[in-house]
Design a protein around this ligand. Structure first.
Ligand SMILES: CCCC/C=C/CC(=O)SCCNC(=O)CCNC(=O)[C@H](O)C(C)(C)COP(=O)(O)OP(=O)(O)OC[C@H]1O[C@@H](n2cnc3c(N)ncnc32)[C@H](O)[C@@H]1OP(=O)(O)O
Length: 289
């Protein structure tokens, strides 16, 4: 219920967004920050994250992304989505630090609800989600990938993936941790989370963070062929199996959703945490100069 209600709010917020065109028989609809190439005949859509410069998950991005996803979910012809970045090099820089720094508690609460919604919608999606990770993917970017059914990463040692929150002086929430533990196992997760490790593709593959590593120019074609394999499985049995595997973990967040928002607001509002974020943002700036 809570999930549906929050989704409706987001849908209303974005009802004015979006433009459509038809290209090569595939429908393309785009808002500012998400581009969707939707091939209704094939039942597959490619969702490209397009929030320059680094695809950070800002509130506006989350709103637009959720609206696009809902459009696909509501059209029963779509069975699979390939998630990728419009900007090769960076899949997503994760949560938008500017949404968590120097704002007021009401903003933090609104932002966190949208982050929860993104995770719940992706994690519980009935569609097949294949992630084509064509760039670096820290923290929230990694979490987005972890919600997918299959992850393919470009073989470029410059790209990394993982949950690096502790390096920022913040803590990955329990549902980030649960999703990670269920993917890589307890010991690996404990080690990687405490140190805030980011892994290059070969190591990410060894640990099971991603399922395949392929040459950079083959990420998209590989995603298409993996999607074809998954689509050969009857939807009803695949969906029931997915739900059986995932429902308990999602329910755990749904049940504690309001408390999780309050925890986030009080944690992120602390002076010490704001200071850590400030230091990290300064480091990002210095790296450039
Ligand atoms: C209870 C609390 C739990 C909260 C959970 C949080 C989970 C998260 O997702 S926290 C976010 C973690 N993300 C990161 O640590 C990534 C930080 N960014 C980078 O490491 C790099 O930007 C990059 C490797 C992704 C890309 O490097 P590149 O050289 O291409 O670009 P930059 O010059 O570093 O950045 C360009 C521009 O973008 C700003 N920026 C980068 N990341 C973020 C971000 N996550 N949120 C907001 N803004 C970001 C960066 O500061 C630059 O801005 P300016 O051009 O204005 O200097």
């Amino acid at each position: 219920m809570a999930l549906a209600a929050a989704g409706r709010v987001l849908l209303q917020a974005g009802s004015r967004l979006g433009r459509r065109e038809v290209v090569d028989g595939a429908r393309r609809f785009a808002n500012k920050r998400v581009e969707v190439e939707a091939d209704e005949a094939a039942g597959i859509a490619v969702m490209k994250l397009k929030n320059p410069p680094v695809n950070s998950l800002s509130l506006e991005f989350l709103t637009e992304f959720l609206i696009s996803l809902e459009k696909l979910e509501n059209n029963k012809n779509f069975r699979g989505v390939i998630l990728t970045s419009e900007r090769p090099g960076v899949f997503s820089a994760g949560l938008d630090l500017m949404e968590m720094y120097g704002r007021n508690p009401a903003h933090y609460a609104e932002y966190w609800r949208a982050v929860q919604e993104l995770w719940l919608r992706l994690y519980l999606s009935n569609m097949i989600l294949v992630c084509a990770i064509n760039g670096t993917s820290p923290a929230g970017g990694c979490l987005m990938a972890l919600t997918c059914d299959h992850r393919i990463m470009a073989d470029n040692p410059k790209y990394t993936i993982g949950l690096n929150e502790s390096q920022l002086g913040i803590v990955a929430p329990f549902w980030f941790k649960d999703n990670f533990v269920n993917t890589v196992g307890y010991r690996t997760a404990e080690h990687a989370l405490q140190l805030g490790l980011l892994f290059p593709p070969a190591e990410a593959l060894k640990l099971g963070i991603v399922d395949e590593v392929v040459p950079e120019d083959q990420v998209h074609s590989k995603a298409q062929s993996v999607m074809a394999q998954w689509m050969a499985i009857p939807d009803h049995s695949r969906q029931l199996t997915k739900n059986m595997m995932r429902k308990a973990m999602a329910d755990n967040l749904i049940k504690q959703r309001e408390a999780d928002i309050q925890n986030f607001v009080s944690f992120i509002s602390r002076d010490s945490i704001q200071k850590s974020l400030h230091t990290y943002l300064e480091k990002l700036k210095q790296k450039k100069g």
